[in-house]
Each structure stands twice: as C-alpha cells, then as structure tokens.
Design a protein around this ligand. Structure first.
Ligand code: SAM
Ligand code: SF4
Length: 329
C-alpha cells in the first residue's frame, strides 16, 4: 500500500495523457502559452502501461485520465482499452469536444464516470473563457453521454463577472437530468494570474443557493469516501451538485490521490512544487516502487505545504508550481 506519514492510503492515480489541449481556458492555460516537453520526454503508451502496473501492484485501484485534453492524444483509444484490462475503476476528465468519437471505447472499457468541463451555458461566454468556439459540440456531447447511460458530472469553475450569475442556471439543469454539477473554486497555479477577488467561495455559493431555492429545499446528501466535493441537491430534483472548495476549505485530510504528469513525474499534491521523475529511472530499469513510496511518504499534510490561505495566495509560492494544463487536474 502507498501510505504517507499521516496514514493516508493512496489508491487513486490521475494520469495526464498529454500536455496539449484543443481549448485555452484562461484559468488553466497561461496566456503566453506553455513550453511543451520534447516528445522524447513524454511517456509512450508502453511506458504508461508499465508504470501504471507498478502503481496497481502497490494498491492503486482507481485511475482517472486527464491532461491537457486526454482525448486529443492519438493513441487515447488504445490506452483506454489497455488500461481497462487492469483491476481498476477507470474514470475520465475531458472537455468533451470529441467525446462522441469514443462512446464504443468507453463502453468496452467500462469507463462510466466522465467529468466534462463546462463553465458557462452561454455560447459567447464559452468563447471568452476557452478562446475557442466549441460550445455546441460540448453541450451536445453531454446530452449524448447521458443518453448513452454514462454518469456525467459537469465541472464548472465559478468566476465573478463571468459566470456567477449562471450558478442557478447550472443547478436548474439538475431538475430533470441525472447530472451532478461540480462547482470548483478558482485555484492558483503557475502563470494563471490568479486573483481571489474574482473567486467564489463555497460559503457564497451556499448562501446564494439558499436564497434562490429557499433553505428548506437545499438538501445535504452523502459524500462518497475521499470525495473532494461536498454534495447537495435541491428537493425533488433528479440530479445534484457539489462544491470543491480547495481554496477556502481544503479536503486534504482524506486525500488519496497521486498524479502522474505526461512526462512521467509524480506529483503527490496539486500544489506541490516538488515532483519526482519516475520515467527516467523506469527507462533505466530501476525499481520505481521504492521511488513512489518515498515520494508519497514525503507528502505535506495540506496543499503542498501551503497551510494557510495567505501562503497559497502568495504568487511567489504558487508561481513555482506548474500550470494546471501541465499537471492534469
Ligand atoms: N481538459 C480536460 C478538462 O478540461 O476537463 C482535463 C484537464 S483540466 C486541467 C481538469 C479540470 O481542471 C477541469 O475541470 C478544469 O476546469 C479544472 N481547472 C483547471 N484550472 C483550474 C483552476 N485554476 N482552478 C480550478 N479548476 C481548474
Ligand atoms: Fe484544456 Fe481542460 Fe485546461 Fe481547458 S481546463 S485549457 S480544456 S486542459
């Protein structure tokens, strides 16, 4: 088992399949772009499988594919197919643009849990947030995945003066659709010009929701073990919504996640500025299990060692971290 010094068992691996993306969300991809790793430094399909098998032997039983945009990787179908032969629950986070091309692949791999990022229900705003015009494609793919029986969660980063006024429009989607909307607090990463004045806290969301629907109709529902979201629903609505409050109420005490970047580095926390290269030792035939165990045992109690809001908010600190697009959220 992969256990850290706070006795947290790490059984959940998030693998970034690529640093590339077909969107340019401003909170994720720095405006000036990013320096892509040379192809020779990225994990090949065989290396992803080989490294992942070591994690599985150490007790990982859940894998989420992310990126960049995981589905733009040319061999994404093959990787999904092969990973499904491992004794793990597979999940995916995607922007959804080309999800329709993968329906059969997902079904064959029993990949049922799909998070799709969509920050606005307005076509023009979508173009502002993502710098691309794929709103209709994303929305139609959300409906397609639902009609095909997948468990769909929509990830939305709420930002003042952009999409805050859509909070209840998103929740209204859950009235008749079996969807979960996950509102994610705007988080600071390298180069994303984070400004918490634009962020929306869990407390604000709950106040606005109670005011709009009436506090009697806001129902707290059970959270899954190790869930990062605190979950709710509106009385008599089919779906639900959750809030991921990494900035104002981090959930680090139950964290079970490890991240593997597209260039084969372990990051034991989204916010850690320390990472360990696994790919080079793997290529050299070294024992990577001991490297994995050592890396996780050094994990900080909270947010990569930034224990207070002030430390996290300090640009000198979070600008040492990768951009989110290079981590895999
Ligand atoms: N391209 C895929 C997608 O957009 O779903 C997967 C990668 S993306 C980095 C994963 C998630 O990270 C998305 O839901 C996105 O909204 C979230 N994310 C990116 N930057 C963020 C930030 N600064 N704060 C909060 N969430 C962020
Ligand atoms: Fe691409 Fe996802 Fe980042 Fe948007 S959030 S730029 S879709 S990786």
């Amino acid at each position: 088992m992969i256990v850290d010094k706070y006795n947290r068992i790490h059984n959940y691996l998030r693998i970034s399949l690529t640093e590339r993306c077909n969107l340019r969300c401003f909170y994720c991809m720095p405006e000036e772009g990013i320096e892509l790793a040379p192809k020779s430094n990225l994990m090949t399909y065989e290396e992803i499988m080989g490294i992942t098998r070591q994690f599985v032997e150490l007790g990982v039983n859940k894998i989420r594919l992310t990126g960049g945009e995981p589905l733009v990787r040319k061999d994404a179908k093959y990787i999904i197919n092969q990973l499904s032969s491992l004794p793990v629950e597979l999940a995916l986070t995607t922007n959804g643009i080309i999800a329709d091309r993968f329906i059969d692949t997902f079904k064959l791999a029993k990949l049922n849990n799909i998070n799709i990022s969509l920050d606005t229900l307005d076509r023009d705003k979508f173009a502002i947030v993502t710098k691309r015009d794929y709103f209709d494609k994303v929305l139609s793919n959300i409906y397609l995945l639902l009609s095909e029986g997948f468990n769909v969660k929509i990830n939305a980063v709420l930002i003042k003066e952009i999409n805050l006024e859509e909070l209840t429009d998103f929740i209204d989607l859950t009235k008749d659709l079996p969807l979960t909307i996950q509102f994610i607090e705007f988080m600071p990463f390298g180069g994303n010009k984070w400004d918490w004045d634009k962020g929306i806290s869990r407390k604000t969301i709950l106040n606005l929701v109670s005011e709009y629907y009436g506090s009697k109709n806001l129902i707290k529902i059970d959270d899954a073990p190790n869930d990062t979201a605190i979950n709710y629903k509106i009385r008599n609505y089919l779906g639900s919504f959750g809030i991921i409050s990494t900035v104002t109420n981090p959930f680090c005490s139950t964290c079970n996640r490890i991240r593997l970047t597209a260039n084969g580095h372990i990051k034991n926390c989204l916010f850690s500025t320390e990472e360990t290269d696994l790919l080079t030792p793997y290529r050299n035939g070294e024992d990577i299990k001991s490297i994995i165990l050592k890396n996780v045992s050094s994990k900080y109690a909270e947010r990569g060692g930034w224990n207070s809001f002030e430390e996290l908010a300090n640009p000198v600190n979070h600008n040492q971290n990768r951009s989110m697009i290079l981590i895999g959220g």
